[in-house]
Write a protein of this length. Structure first.
Length: 233
């Protein structure tokens, strides 16, 4: 395992910031979202720097503590009326742009592989094909929302396919951890137990998953496809 250059963590931190900013725009500068996500990030920074999430063969992964609260929040938003109203006001166009961050994520994962912090299976050279979401997101945004040349069926299909890619990438990451260590036993995934990379499952993945789910719901409900949706209070 090599020493990671400073620019890898810097690039990842930039990726987290860009992801949050793009969703903030999609949510029409929602202060509630900003307060919640900032508080969550601060908590994870404190825990991450303390070594709380450190991964090893002898310690069960504490991944549920990273993904559990965001997952619960997503479910609640879809179940309660106020949550559905929040979802319905989101800009589908801006939600689509969020998925371009997959290019940055995959770049970071490749560096982590080179320096032996994750197995090859977690990169685009292995079993993680989420980079396709990042490559196609700007194209879908341009032709779907600027030129308006893609119908809703195509947009729904793209979101569903990319959703499967995120789920697959997450599955590979979990199975690559030292415990259970079912993938990449010679070079397990230890990065997701280290700061700042714990913010991948804690922040980036939940936002990406929620963006796909919200887009699919709003496309089915025939919500507007404007590049800039009307601001809401």
């Amino acid at each position: 395992m090599g020493h990671l250059p400073f620019y890898v963590s810097l690039l990842f931190e930039l990726t987290v910031a860009v992801t949050i900013y793009l969703f903030y725009r999609a949510a029409h500068a929602s202060k509630t979202f900003l307060v919640i996500v900032t508080s969550w990030v601060v908590i994870q920074v404190i825990l991450g720097l303390s070594g709380f999430y450190h991964l090893s063969k002898d310690v069960p992964p504490k991944l549920p503590l990273l993904v559990g609260p965001p997952t619960a929040l997503i479910i609640i938003l879809f179940l309660i009326k106020k949550g559905r109203l929040f979802i319905d006001r989101l800009s589908i166009a801006n939600l689509t742009l969020i998925h371009s961050v997959a290019l940055l994520v995959e770049t970071v994962l490749y560096f982590l592989f080179v320096y032996k912090y994750v197995p090859k299976a977690m990169t685009f050279e292995g079993s993680n094909f989420d980079i396709l979401s990042g490559i196609t997101a700007p194209i879908i945004f341009y032709f779907g929302f600027v030129k308006k040349q893609l119908n809703r069926t195509v947009l729904i299909a793209w979101n569903l396919l990319c959703l499967l890619l995120v789920i697959n990438a997450s599955r590979v990451a979990v199975l690559s951890m030292p415990n259970p260590g079912l993938i990449g036993a010679g070079q397990p995934d230890i990065a997701l137990g280290l700061f700042p990379y714990i913010l991948l499952p804690a922040v980036i993945v939940p936002i990406v998953l929620f963006s796909h789910l919200a887009s699919i719901r709003n496309l089915i409900l025939q919500k507007p496809l404007n590049v800039q949706s009307p601001e809401t209070s």
